[in-house]
Design a protein around this ligand. Structure first.
Ligand code: RIB
Length: 331
């Protein structure tokens, strides 16, 4: 049977209250006592019972975080940002993946309600499940917004991001531009494409080809790159804007490494997110940076605001995208 908090107190020669303070309010205890109690905890193998603590304190120290796919570096960075900000508040983050179609989103929302977490940060599946804004638990949307503004949210202006990416290609003299992304029902893809169209409207004679893919993955991008390489030269685009960096990495592999296409000479490539890997591809990728860690940290701040004043008007935080130019577009 594992040691109890009473066993730790007896072995360390302090009261149970002192042990509790060492665990929850160490600033109220002398460093020597803190060190002695932690040494005793380690020696006895004591593990606090958070469920019992929650019942006594009436509040959980945990926050649920649901992302579409933590294997995608963008969402991993969002999670890191949330975790770092939560840690500064003495909170811990419980991570769940809802999957490419959000199939497990409701299951995780149910689990986090049962766990009595303080709230949930959610990158909504697409299209967002109906009623998601009334999840019965304090909710913050990340990388998405609620149509009626009833839920706090933090996202990037993806229309502006799509405009920046496409205008950059046009400024490099490209006129046969392919947009690669999907599903076209995904809000982020819709907005990025809308921004691309806005940029083309300013340049008569420029042409936009839309290549829809079911997933924003490296494999999907590679299939597109190989398809471009299989075309006759005059049928190929001279530039491609990918809805995220993973697609762009795939197009680079399929077109340049496996095909006969020179990047950027024959085909300029730009992605979206500016994941760390984008800098180290064989031809460093131009991209549109989303401040992923700041998005995660801001989501925690929005949740804390919502918990502090549930009646306050939900805040919508919006970050501006940033164009990052590298070799894949001639930078
Ligand atoms: O790379 C994952 C992509 O899914 C990101 O661009 C994010 O905004 C979402 O669209």
């Amino acid at each position: 049977m594992s040691a109890s908090i009473k066993d730790v107190a007896a072995a360390a020669g302090v009261s149970v209250g002192t042990v509790s303070n060492v665990l929850n309010r160490p600033d109220r205890v002398s460093p020597a006592i803190v060190e002695r109690v932690h040494a005793t905890i380690d020696e006895l193998g004591f593990v606090r019972n958070d469920a019992a603590r929650q019942l006594r304190a009436g509040q959980s120290r945990s926050v649920g975080l649901i992302v579409l796919d933590s294997a995608n570096p963008f969402f991993a960075e969002v999670a890191r940002g949330a975790e770092e900000r939560a840690d500064a508040e003495g909170l811990s983050v419980l991570l769940g993946n809802s999957g490419p179609d959000g199939a497990r989103e409701n299951a995780y929302l149910d689990l986090f309600r049962e766990q009595r977490v303080r709230g949930v940060l959610l990158t909504p599946s697409v299209p967002a499940a109906p009623g998601i804004t009334h999840a019965g638990i304090p909710l913050v949307l990340m990388d998405g917004e609620s149509a009626d503004g009833s839920v706090p949210s933090v996202a990037v202006d993806d229309v502006e991001g799509g405009y920046l990416a496409t205008r950059h290609l046009l400024e490099r003299g490209r006129r046969r531009i392919a947009f690669v992304g999907g599903p076209l029902a995904v809000r982020q893809v819709i907005d990025r494409l809308a921004g691309a169209r806005r940029a083309l409207a300013d340049v008569p004679g420029a042409h936009l080809e839309i290549v829809e893919k079911p997933e924003l993955t490296v494999l999907a991008g590679r299939q597109v790159g190989e398809e471009f390489a299989a075309r006759k030269r005059e049928d190929r685009p001279d530039a491609v804007f990918c809805a995220n960096d993973l697609l762009a990495v795939g197009v680079l592999q399929g077109a340049a490494i496996l095909g006969s296409i020179r990047v950027p000479d024959d085909l300029a490539i730009i992605g979206y997110d500016d994941i760390a890997f984008a800098q180290s591809t064989v031809v460093p990728l131009s991209s549109v940076r989303q401040p992923a860690r700041e998005i995660g940290a801001t989501a925690i701040e929005l949740l804390l605001e919502s918990l502090a004043d549930p009646a306050a008007t939900p805040r919508r935080a919006r970050f501006r995208p940033e164009l990052v130019v590298r070799a894949s577009t001639g930078g």
